[in-house]
Write a protein that binds this ligand. Structure first.
Ligand SMILES: [Fe+2]
Length: 240
């Protein structure tokens, strides 16, 4: 389906010193929007919405790390928006949010005519979420173009990440467009699940133990950003 037949548009801005992407999901019929992971110079995205006279009604958080939420307060001062996150992330974060909407995986958010499905994707943090609408996936720090989120920080768990990515690989259509939380592959800021299944090393391992070894001990010693595609043979060979 051509892009303009969708009920919505996705705008992205790369902001801050860590190549974070802030997204705006704009529902055409209602002229409302959800902002995802408001951070850094978020006023640029808020100003963009103002210019287009789009009302921001919802904030979607993929997870609670500072580089994804440090513009939340400013966003709530700008717009009277509902904040959505997963219940396990709220527990992990322990922040003093007023009236957040706490979700479980498989919940849905209706934004005008656009329906957003929430996936619980633990591994980077206990309550990491991806937001799936149409054939687009807003993936936070769960899946990057040719990369995935770290699992060695507080709340991270590489075995959970293995299960999360395995599920995404098998359940998301190959045509799904990946919109990651960081621009770690600037030659390809977005990608498809088909390309990721071919070239994302974190989707190449069949055994949890191999994935854990690669994520926790091997990857950071052999790869740096900008990320490029890695074949299954290369990924498996790097474990030896
Ligand atoms: Fe993160």
């Amino acid at each position: 389906m051509p892009q303009n037949s969708k009920h919505y548009s996705i705008y992205s801005m790369e902001l801050g010193p860590m190549e974070n992407f802030v997204y705006l999901l704009h529902d055409h019929a209602s002229n409302t929007a959800a902002i995802v992971d408001p951070a850094w110079e978020v006023n640029e995205m808020l100003g963009f919405a103002d210019e287009k006279e789009i009302k921001i009604t919802d904030v979607l958080l993929t997870h609670s790390h500072h580089d994804h939420i440090n513009g939340l307060q400013q966003t709530l001062e700008h717009s009277d928006a509902r904040v959505h996150l997963l219940k396990p992330e709220a527990k992990f974060w322990d922040a003093n949010l007023s009236n957040p909407v706490l979700h479980h995986g498989a919940d849905q958010i209706q934004l005008g005519d656009s329906l957003i499905n929430i996936l619980h994707t633990p591994g980077h943090t206990p309550g990491s979420a991806c937001y799936h609408l149409g054939d687009d996936l807003i993936a936070g720090d769960t899946l990057f173009v040719f990369g995935c989120g770290r699992c060695d920080l507080a709340g991270g768990d590489p075995e959970e990440m293995f299960q999360t990515l395995k599920k995404m690989k098998t359940e998301l259509p190959a045509t799904t467009v990946l919109h990651p939380g960081h621009n770690y592959a600037p030659q390809s800021p977005t990608s498809t699940m088909a390309s990721q299944c071919q070239g994302n090393p974190f989707l190449h391992f069949d055994e949890a133990s191999d994935f854990v070894k690669y994520r926790m001990h091997v990857h950071d010693t052999i790869r740096n950003t900008p990320y490029e595609a890695v074949s299954k043979e290369q990924a498996c060979a790097s474990l030896k």
